[in-house]
Design a protein around this ligand. Structure first.
Ligand SMILES: C[S@@+](CC[C@H](N)C(=O)[O-])C[C@H]1O[C@@H](n2cnc3c(N)ncnc32)[C@H](O)[C@@H]1O
Length: 277
């Protein structure tokens, strides 16, 4: 079977990944089940069952990523610790443990600290990888100090430092309001089209940093298509799947609704490019 680029398949991740050709993917953005029992697909009999499922898709995913490619995996900090160990054992190169401050809680507890973060593991296949540091700079906070520094510079170790007009370097702690939090009305979250959609601006940060226009971005747990939308908006090609028909339909509808910035149109493979897998 051939897979089409810029398409989302209604398929199980194992079947899908077995069809993706080796060394073809520039960036994998993976937001898999967490075993938090948020939905039927997020419910595993035990932590061991969850880990065997996770390690099984990781085993199929790794060979699809190019030697110059990158991999981001979302999960709870606890699960991320196991996944990190597994990726190291598989020879991948650790780059960052990113803490996503969700501005919303995963769960409230009075017997320990309430969870308010998720982890994003950033790994690469080798030391030759894309990292567009200037494309993900963040505006400086202290405008007064920065205005002053822009004019006169700040003396640092005998050298004059001038702020970068694109902003400061992005750190490994990310503050993005969760979709649940953003959509709250009078403190209550209305039913969203997906139980755990990721914020588009956060996925765009990953795509801008770790891929270039025209690259191929893979997501084998596509949900309602956030990765595909972020890729399309930024002139990257995408490919992915989800096992839920309703989510795949919503993802396709959302994809049709977004308009591309002109500069990104030429980077997309609009004719359906067929990949022999
Ligand atoms: C955490 S959600 C992804 C949400 C997505 N990032 C978004 O923003 O919409 C995980 C997704 O994995 C899908 N899923 C679960 N098990 C799967 C499997 N075996 N194969 C493919 N998709 C699966 C679920 O249907 C769910 O949409």
């Amino acid at each position: 079977m051939k897979l089409e680029l810029n398409n989302i398949y209604l398929m199980d991740c194992f079947k899908f990944l077995s069809k993706v050709s080796k060394n073809s993917i520039d960036l994998a953005v993976i937001d898999p089940p967490y075993n938090l029992k948020k939905a039927q697909w997020d419910n595993f009999k035990s932590h061991d069952d969850f880990l065997s499922f996770t390690f099984k898709w990781i085993d199929l995913l790794i060979p699809t990523i190019k030697q110059t490619g990158s991999l981001y995996i979302f999960n709870t900090p606890y699960n991320a610790a196991f996944i990190l160990r597994y990726l190291l054992d598989k020879g991948l190169i650790f780059q960052n443990w990113i803490t996503w401050d969700k501005r919303d809680g995963l769960s409230v507890s009075k017997k320990k600290y309430s969870n308010a973060q998720e982890t994003i593991l950033f790994f690469t296949k080798s030391n030759r990888y894309t990292f567009n540091v200037d494309d993900i700079r963040i505006p400086y906070e202290s405008t007064e100090r920065i205005n002053h520094a822009t004019k006169k510079g700040i003396l640092k170790n005998g050298k004059r430092w001038f702020p970068n007009p694109k902003g400061k370097l992005c750190t490994d702690v990310w503050h993005f309001s969760s979709e649940r939090h953003k959509n709250k009305i009078n403190g209550k979250t209305p039913k969203l089209p997906h139980v755990t959609p990721k914020p588009l601006d956060m996925i765009e940060r990953i795509i801008k940093a770790s891929s270039n226009p025209g690259d191929i971005v893979l997501d084998c747990f596509m949900g309602i298509g956030t990765t595909a939308i972020a890729a399309k908006k930024n002139g990257r090609n995408f490919i992915g799947c989800d096992i839920n028909k309703e989510y795949v339909n919503i993802a396709k509808k959302r994809l049709n609704e977004i308009s591309l910035q002109d500069e990104n149109k030429e980077n997309l493979n609009n004719e359906l490019v067929m990949y022999e897998f």
